[in-house]
Every structure is written in structure tokens, then in C-alpha cells.
Design a protein around this ligand. Structure first.
Ligand SMILES: Nc1ncnc2c1ncn2[C@@H]1O[C@H](COP(=O)(O)OP(=O)(O)OP(=O)(O)O)[C@@H](O)[C@H]1O
Ligand SMILES: [Mg+2]
Length: 490
């Protein structure tokens, strides 16, 4: 991992910063140039604003209302001494050009609008003030102007363009060589320094974020989040996206954990309530029969039937406690499994054998199809036996005389399908989704049979889940019930 990956927040911020600094630099250069021109114009115009007036006061420029060529020539010559930047125009009272210090072909306009002149002659003109340049149609320049009077009568104006054409060409030459280089250099140095210090600050400020994301990444690599981390759209994502992805994953996990804990907790509480209720009946019976028997003993007799019933109740309590312990054990995360090849037909035969006397008494037929000893599956034999015991026990309890219970083994390409079906009373459709819940007894269950606490199917499902096999059920009231699951081949 590089220190600053291409898509990291820092890299992107830095890129944006460099871009905006570049833009800022260009804008600053442009603005500096603009302001520079503005102030230079103002300063120069202020310096020379009264120039025209001074020259007019030097001596008369008109003779008999006409420009006096000799006087004008002299004046222009004097003014040339002042500097090459000035251009002189003698105007009539309407602003028309009468005489000028330039070759005639250079003159592009013959009249200066009086508005500009009047503005300059007003009391407080705001400088820099630009007027039309006779040498160019679309160029305005700073100027100095003064009325030429003779005995109080207006004869015309002396209009001087300050910083004329020669000045422009000199400026252009200097500007193209010196100005941009110096300003650009100073600007670049200033902005470069600013940029570097801001980048440093940025790197420092985003460091905790980077560390956090690195930590999260490390956590991810160690297996946390196992693929739940959602990194949206970006590859590689930046710190913020990684953080929000990790945050989502975390909260999802927390939510799942919370729900799990909540449901397990609720289940436990419910179970405890039911169990204490169910234990109470056989316990009360056990106590009652024993007390009666003790009383009888004191009177010198004692009916062994009471002891037998007490013993029976003790057996029920024993079974219930055993089942609870078993479920609790299975619900815990680490259940030892002893997977080995199992002859399934034989195992089912053994289970059916246990139930045969009870089935015969009830006139229910038990069968396994096919009775093929070569069918070998991978399973924990004890747990699988418990599965069949629970299913056959349930089936038998819900069958009547003439019914059949069949365990059908159907070999498939990948698994062996097992179906335990009976032609018994069936389970109402409304109960079907709940029969695997611990302690759920369907409406059909034999009432008052406190030996059955409704844990059998919960245990069965868990035992099969440990074999990675979900269990399915289908049932029709008065037609029968079928439980199905699959086992891996050995
Ligand atoms: N083959 C079946 N035919 C009809 N109903 C059944 C069948 N198997 C299960 N049930 C119904 O599902 C309920 C839950 O069965 P489960 O084995 O979990 O509990 P149980 O048999 O009542 O008690 P336990 O198994 O703890 O002795 C039963 O009470 C019964 O109502
Ligand atoms: Mg049962």
C-alpha cells in the first residue's frame, strides 16, 4: 500500500488544492496587471494633468483666429523636449483637429467629442480619465487638455495624449520581457509556499482518518466483516467510503447479533416458563403419590401402585430435563460431531425395532424402503438415531389402528433423500410453520400428555442442521404427514 493511494481523500484534496491554486495564480496575475495599468495611468495623468494648461500659458497659439504655424511649431518643438511619450493636437472649439504633431496618415479620427474634454475641465475629475486617441478608432488614452482663449473668447483646445504610441511600444516590449516573469515568479513562489504548507496541514489533519481506515482494513483482513463490508462503486475507495462501508458492516453485524441475542433470550425465557409449568404437573403428581404412599405406610399398608405411578412421573421429569439439557447443549456453538459412514437402512430398522411392540399394540405398520444395507451415508450415528427416534415417536403418537409409518430412502446423484411419512391425523396448516419451535404443540397433539413438552422437533431440526441438512415438512389433516431431509453419501 502506498502512503497516499491515488484515490485517498488526501490525494483528492491535494489535487483539488493544486488546481484551485493554479486558477488563483492566473486570476491574481491578470488582476495585478489590470490594477497595475490602472494605477500607473492615474499616477501619470495626475503628474501631467496640467501640462496642456502650462503650454497654453507659454504664448498665443492662434493668430487672427487661425493657428499660427510658427507658434504651433515652436510649441510642439518645446514639448517634444519633454519626452517622446506625448502627442499634441490643436482643436477648434468643436473638437475638430486643426494641427498635430504627427504624420497625416497616422490620424484616424478628425474630431474629439467635447464630452471627454468637458469632463476633464470640470471641477473635480476622477482620474484616470481616458479620452479618444486620434491615432486609433477604438483606443482611449489618458490625456491633458486646456482651452485656448483670446481676450476671454474660446479659440480652441490644446489636447495632449499622455503615454502615446511610442510609450505603448516601449511598454509592450518591457512587458513581454520583464513584467510577467517577475510577477509570475513572485506569485509562484508565494503560492507555492502557501500550497506546500496547506498540503502539509492537510496531511497532518487527515492522518487520524488514514490511520483509522488502515486499522479497519487490518480488521477486515483478519476476517472481521467477512465480506459484509460494502465498498460502493469506487475501486480503490477513499477513506470516507471505506469508513462508511465499515460502519455499515459494523451496524449490520450489530443488528444481526442483537436480533440473535434477543430471539435466543426470548426463546430461553419462553422455554423456561413452559418447562417450569410442565415440570410442575408430574412433580406434583410424584409428590402426591409418594405422600399418599407414606401415609399408607404409617398405617401399616402401602399400595405399590402409588409407587409405580410416582416412578412413572419421575421418568417423565427425567425425560423432560434430559431433552432440555440436550437442546441447550445443541444450541451452544460447539457441538462435537463424530461423522462416519452409517448403514442407514440398518439404523432405521433398529429404531423401528424399538417401536415395534408399541406399534403392534396400536395396530400401526412400520416399514423402511428399501432395506438395502449398501446405502451408506456420512453422519453422526447417535444424532441420526435421535432424529429417527423423534420422528417415528411423533408419527406413532399421531397414528391410529390401520395406519402405516414408512421411512423411504431415495438415492440421488449427490445425496440420499430420506422421507418419514405416516398416514396419521396430520397437522393443521396453521400449525405447520411453528412445529419446529421449541415447546410448540400443534392443535392435534394429545392433550394432557404432559410427558411431551414439544421439544422433539426443535432438537431434530438442530441435529440435522449439524449435518448441514434442512428439514422440510408437508401434511394434510386426516391424510398424514411427511418429514424430509437429505444426507451426504459416504
Ligand atoms: N407425525 C406427526 N403427525 C401429526 N402431528 C405431528 C407429527 N409430528 C409432530 N406433530 C405435531 O408437532 C408438535 C411438535 O412436535 P415435537 O416432537 O416437537 O413435540 P412433542 O412430540 O409434542 O413433544 P416431545 O417430542 O418433546 O416429546 C407435536 O406436539 C404435534 O402436535
Ligand atoms: Mg416429539
Amino acid at each position: 500500500m502506498t502512503i497516499f493511494p491515488r484515490n485517498s481523500l488526501f490525494s483528492r484534496l491535494a489535487l483539488a488544492l493544486v488546481a484551485s491554486f493554479l486558477l488563483l495564480g492566473l486570476a491574481l496575475m491578470w488582476l495585478t496587471r489590470l490594477l497595475d495599468h490602472h494605477y500607473q495611468d492615474e499616477i501619470t495623468q495626475r503628474l501631467h494633468f496640467a501640462l496642456a494648461e502650462h503650454i497654453v500659458h507659454e504664448g498665443p497659439l492662434f493668430l487672427d483666429d487661425q493657428p499660427d504655424p510658427a507658434a504651433v511649431e515652436r510649441a510642439f518643438h518645446n514639448m517634444m523636449i519633454l519626452g517622446k511619450g506625448f502627442e499634441f493636437y490643436l482643436l477648434d472649439p468643436d473638437g475638430r483637429l486643426l494641427n498635430y504633431s504627427a504624420p497625416a496618415e497616422k490620424i484616424k479620427r478628425q474630431r474629439i467629442p467635447l464630452t471627454a474634454i468637458q469632463q476633464a475641465l470640470s471641477d473635480n475629475p476622477s482620474l484616470p480619465l481616458r479620452g479618444p486617441d486620434p491615432r486609433a478608432l477604438e483606443r482611449d488614452k489618458i490625456f491633458s487638455v486646456a482651452p485656448v482663449l483670446s481676450e476671454g473668447r474660446l479659440q480652441g483646445y490644446l489636447y495632449i495624449i499622455i503615454n502615446g504610441e511610442i510609450y505603448d511600444s516601449v511598454v509592450a516590449q518591457v512587458a513581454s520581457e520583464e513584467w510577467p516573469r517577475w510577477v509570475a515568479l513572485v506569485l509562484a513562489a508565494t503560492l507555492g509556499f502557501l500550497l506546500l504548507s496547506t498540503l502539509g496541514l492537510l496531511a497532518w489533519l487527515t492522518r487520524p482518518l488514514r490511520r483509522l481506515t488502515d486499522d479497519i482494513e487490518a480488521m477486515e483482513q483478519q476476517g472481521f466483516g467477512s465480506g459484509t463490508l460494502k465498498l460502493r462503486g469506487r475501486n480503490p475507495p477513499d477513506e470516507i467510503h471505506r469508513l462508511s462501508g465499515a460502519f455499515n458492516a459494523l451496524s449490520e453485524r450489530l443488528e444481526i447479533q442483537y436480533r440473535k441475542v434477543k430471539s435466543v433470550d426470548e426463546m430461553r425465557r419462553e422455554l423456561l416458563a413452559h418447562v417450569s409449568h410442565d415440570l410442575r404437573t408430574p412433580l406434583a403428581a410424584l409428590q402426591g403419590y409418594l405422600e399418599t404412599w407414606l401415609l399408607q405406610q404409617e398405617q401399616g399398608r402401602g399400595d405399590p401402585e402409588y409407587v409405580r405411578i410416582a416412578h412413572q412421573n419421575a421418568g417423565k421429569i427425567h425425560k423432560m430435563v434430559d431433552q432440555l439439557m440436550e437442546l441447550a447443549r445443541l444450541e451452544s456453538d460447539q457441538v462435537p460431531m463424530q461423522i462416519e459412514p452409517v448403514g442407514i437402512a440398518e439404523l432405521v430398522q433398529d429404531v423401528l425395532q424399538k417401536y415395534r411392540p408399541a406399534a403392534q399394540a396400536k395396530q400401526v405398520l412400520l416399514d423402511v424402503q428399501p432395506k438395502d444395507p449398501s446405502l451408506q451415508v456420512l453422519a453422526d450415528i447417535e444424532k441420526l438415531e435421535r432424529v429417527f427416534t423423534n420422528l417415528v415417536d411423533n408419527a406413532l403418537r399421531h397414528c391410529q389402528a390401520g395406519d402405516t409409518i414408512t421411512v423411504r430412502l431415495t438415492p440421488g446423484p449427490e445425496h440420499l433423500s430420506v422421507a418419514v411419512s405416516d398416514s396419521g391425523i396430520g397437522i393443521p396448516a396453521s400449525d405447520l410453520p411453528h412445529i419446529f419451535d421449541p415447546h410448540y404443540k400443534a392443535a392435534n397433539s394429545v392433550r394432557g400428555d404432559s410427558a411431551h413438552s414439544g421439544l422433539g422437533l426443535a432438537i431434530t431440526r438442530r441435529l440435522l442442521a449439524l449435518h448441514q441438512s434442512p428439514i422440510e415438512v408437508s401434511s394434510q389433516v386426516q391424510q398424514g404427514t411427511e418429514f424430509r431431509f437429505q444426507l451426504d453419501w459416504a
